[in-house]
Write a new protein. Structure first.
Length: 265
């Protein structure tokens, strides 16, 4: 049975906060799996490396702990189907390593799909509907509260993987990805305070930027956004292993961030 591509999980009616969880899933529809060149063991290894394991659980626990439950938008398909946070065209620099909206290379720069691969069918079937659903979710928060706060929940490996374009910078316990238009200082400051108990917190290293639907990107300051990247050794066994007790510690910090930015503007 093909899983649902995504879920919008309701929060409090008055909450502007939307926790976005794009990379936690491992599910791949059978017809998409048939288009990959990896055998089953190699695919399992790739999923271990590429999946932001347990970030859906992290967001779920944070939502339960927050004073006002945030909304959650959760991708139920692996990013090996499509990566909803890439651009679907040539503007995305990750195309240089075969990891645009539809990946053609693995984390170790090995073939994932036969080339030349036409991304169009997967973009139309999965990428565009996901983007439209996320746009509606943000519009819903704007209509209900007059603003939307997108907190993009990710994780990243302790050691750089070969596909990473920027490998020389710091790899803190918590990386905060920012956008010059959509990440106000108050949001960054609230995140620094919330995650200070979890170890070193740094900005835009090893990953920069954050997700905002293109309909709002660069034009609507009512939409603020921040990416939270958790280094995996702080909460799980790498690669692809179980979560440890520190996941709850991180969930409490994320809930504190939700509470700090979810009140009156």
């Amino acid at each position: 049975m093909t899983p649902r591509p995504s879920d919008l999980l309701p929060g409090a009616a008055g909450s502007p906060v939307l926790l976005h969880v794009p990379h936690a899933a491992r599910a791949i529809p059978d017809d998409v799996r048939a288009g990959l060149v990896l055998d089953d063991p190699a695919l399992a290894r790739e999923l271990d490396h590429i999946t932001d394991a347990h970030t859906d659980t992290l967001a779920e626990r944070a939502a339960a702990l927050a004073s006002a439950r945030p909304w959650r938008f959760v991708n139920r398909l692996s990013r090996l189907v499509v990566d909803p946070e890439r651009f679907p065209d040539e503007r995305e620099e990750m195309l240089a390593v075969g990891m645009g909206a539809v990946y053609t290379r693995t984390t170790h720069r090995e073939p994932l799909r036969p080339e030349p691969a036409d991304p169009g069918p997967l973009v139309e079937r999965y990428f565009r509907p996901y983007a439209e659903a996320m746009t509606r979710a943000v519009a819903g928060r704007l209509a209900a509260t007059g603003r939307a706060v997108v907190i993009d929940v990710h994780s990243y490996p302790t050691k750089p993987l070969p596909y990473e374009l920027h490998q020389d910078g710091p790899r803190p316990a918590v990386c905060l990805g920012t956008d010059p238009f959509h990440t106000p200082p108050g949001l960054t400051g609230a995140a620094r305070t919330a995650f200070a108990r979890c170890g070193e917190v740094a900005l835009d290293s090893p990953f920069a930027g954050t997700y905002v639907p293109l309909a709002h990107y660069g034009v609507d300051r009512r939409v603020s956004a921040l990416m939270v990247e958790i280094r995996r050794d702080t909460y799980m066994t790498e690669p692809g292993g179980p979560a440890g007790p520190d996941l709850e510690h991180l969930a409490t910090a994320l809930a504190d961030l939700v509470d700090a930015v979810g009140g009156a503007a």
